[in-house]
Structures are given as structure tokens and as C-alpha cells.
Design a binder for this molecule. Sequence first.
Ligand code: UD1
Ligand code: UDP
Length: 373
Amino acid sequence: MTKIICVCGARPNFIKIAPLMRAFHGNSHFETLLVHTGQHYDENMSKLFFEQLDIPKPDINLEVGSGSHAVQTAQIMERFEPIVLKYQPHYVLVVGDVNSTIACGLVAVKLGVRLIHVEAGLRSFDRTMPEEINRVLTDSISELLFITEKSAITNLQKEGINSHKIHFVGNVMIDTLLANREKACQSEVLSSLKLQPGEYVLVTLHRPSNVDDPQNLTAIIDAFAEIQKEMTVVFPIHPRTRKNLKNAGLEAKVSGMENLLLLEPVGYLEFLCLMSSARVVLTDSGGIQEETTILGVPCMTLRENTERPITITEGTNRLVHATTGDILDKFRQCQALKHAKDIRYPELWDGKAAKRIIRIIDEHFRSGHAYKD
Ligand code: UD1
Ligand code: UDP
């Protein structure tokens, strides 16, 4: 029996861990312990995803909550270490690029436990992003690196990672999307918000570079003020952004916009339904760039770079400077676009990534960890 601790902590982690937990449970060679770090804790940032995606209730919740990078990372490490010592796993598996990813990864390798990183090798080459630091460090200590797109191979090789450790398996986030697409279509979110398909813009924002600086946030909000004069803007707001909107004194301005629907974060199924029928999606999320590519919906990413270049070269994504002028220019261009009819699915984004991952871990374990340096 292969014993494996699976870690999740923040919203995008839940979406990535869901198909992996299902695949582990369908394979009698594995015994899992699911650890939730508690990095995200609001009901609509955490519990709702476990319910909608049928993720087993975490065996342990570390309940770390929010804090500075150092405090959050340190607390996760402190609370995760005794669990690894007690459970004695063969592997620890982490997903994505959040603080929970690197914190639990470090604990694992310092205790001599092999680390598996799902969604390895993505690089924005922007080290001012906390996620980029988490990615580079997690990859450097992982023994099995599962990648979603081939750009990751070059990125990892340049950092001196042995290519035997790298496995191109596809995208677990897309496993979840394809598994839930039909269910999401049945959501009543459009009628409850009185929205017509193709006649609204869907927005999400939470990157520190966009929302922590009041000037940058104001420039973006000013663009929304113009857009909502032409088309309804639907904005399920991330708690970081909600807090910053208040701190920047922008709350009244936003609530005064007649055609902007400011919502609490919505569940996965509702969000997938909203994305599928949006005219344009405007975001700074990592995962949403990938999801819109599969849905064929134009995506404007309010960033200077992306770690997911395939969503531009093969998908519907484009980068937009987070200035009022550029957002409005690109919005007008995107608005004119039709939803892609012939959607190009990036290689291996076929709903089977989790199965591939589990098969490779199984082989790795049985081979007596053949790929050790
Ligand atoms: C984190 C990840 C980011 C990821 C995002 C997904 C890091 C460094 N950042 O950013 O990579 O894209 O999650 O959503 O790991 N808050 C709540 N309730 C919650 C969670 C957070 O109110 O359930 C508020 C708190 O005020 C907190 C702030 O949001 O301080 C930021 O939360 P945090 O987890 O530190 O970072 P995110 O911006 O969510
Ligand atoms: N999402 C959601 N509800 C929302 C906003 C986003 O379910 O109100 C989903 C979205 O479909 C995607 C994931 O959350 O699967 C992306 O998470 P987020 O943008 O928080 O993190 P990132 O991908 O940027 O790390």
C-alpha cells in the first residue's frame, strides 16, 4: 500500500485536488490522508467546493487562516510537521502555487518524504509575484513533477531539474471542468441574476499587483465604470479585493454603478455556468485563463505576463495592461469577437490527467523510486 498525504488550502487547490482524490480512491494500491491547511476558510471559498465537487471531508484541517506570508507559511509548517511524522507517508502531494504548496513541500522533504508537485514548471518570470517564488522553490525540491503544458519542460530544464522527474500529463483543473460541465449548465444562476447568455462581462480580481495598490485598483474600477454603461458587469468579489476596495474608499463608487452586479464569491458550478455564457471574461486568475480556453470564451487577463502561455498561443487568452485605457481598448476588440466555434484543446487537456498521475506514482513506487538522482 502506498501512503500519500494530499494537501490543499486555497480555492484553486480544491478544484485541482478533486479529480486526484477520486482517482486515488478508485485505486486499491493507495491510502490517502487529505490535509486542508485552512489558508482559505470562508464557506464560499472552501466548504462549498468540497460539497459541489464531492471532495471527501479533509481528514485534518490545520486551520491556519490568514496572515502575512511569513506567518502563514510558518504556521502551516509547524502544524503540518507532526502530521507527517505521525502518518509516515511515502509521498506528500501538493498542487498549484499557493503558500500551502511550498509550506507543506518544505516540511515533507526536510523529513525525507518524497514530494510530488502537480502543476509544476509554470513560470511567469516575474519574481515579484509570491506565486512565482512558490513555484520555483516547490519544483526544486520535488521528485515527481507533473506538468500541464510543454513550456514547463524548458523552464524546468533551465533550472537544472532532471528530465526523468518531469511528466507531461495534462491538466487536473480541466479534468474538473469537463466532469462538471453538464451539471453546471443546469445551474439557475443566469435566471436568478436576470442575465442573458452573451450579454454580460464576468470579472474576477485578486492579484496583489492589481488590488493592493489603491491607484492600480482605481484605474481598473474606472474601466468597469465605463464598461457597465455598455454591458452588465458581473463581479463575484474575492475577499482580498473586497477588503482593499473598502480600504481604498472605492466601495461607494462601485455600489453606485447601476449595471455592475457585485456578488460574494460564487460556487464552482455557478461560476462555470457564468463563464460559459459570458461575452468576455476579465480576470487576473491563473485557473480562469485555462478554463476560458476550453470554453472558447474570450479572456482578458489583467497582467503583464502569464505563466500559462498555451492559453495565448492555442487558447482565447490575451494580456492586457491594467490601465483604464488599455482595458477599454481591448474590451472593445474582444466584445466584437465571437465565441470560438472550433475550440482547440491543448494537448492532453482531455479530462484524464488525474488518472495519468496516479498511474505514474504507482509505477514510481513499485520501481523502488527508480528515478532518484
Ligand atoms: C491566495 C494565493 C494565490 C491564489 C489565491 C486564490 C498565496 C500567496 N496566494 O491568494 O496564489 O491565486 O489564493 O484565490 O498563497 N480572506 C478571507 N477569507 C478567506 C480567505 C482569505 O477573508 O477564506 C482574506 C483575508 O483578509 C486574507 C486575504 O483574503 O488576508 C488574502 O488571503 P490569502 O490566502 O493570504 O491570499 P489570496 O489573495 O487569497
Ligand atoms: N472560481 C469560483 N468562484 C468564483 C471565482 C472563481 O468557483 O467566484 C473558480 C474558477 O472557476 C477557478 C478557480 O476558482 O476554477 C480559480 O481560483 P482563483 O482565481 O481564486 O485562483 P488562481 O487560479 O488565480 O490561483
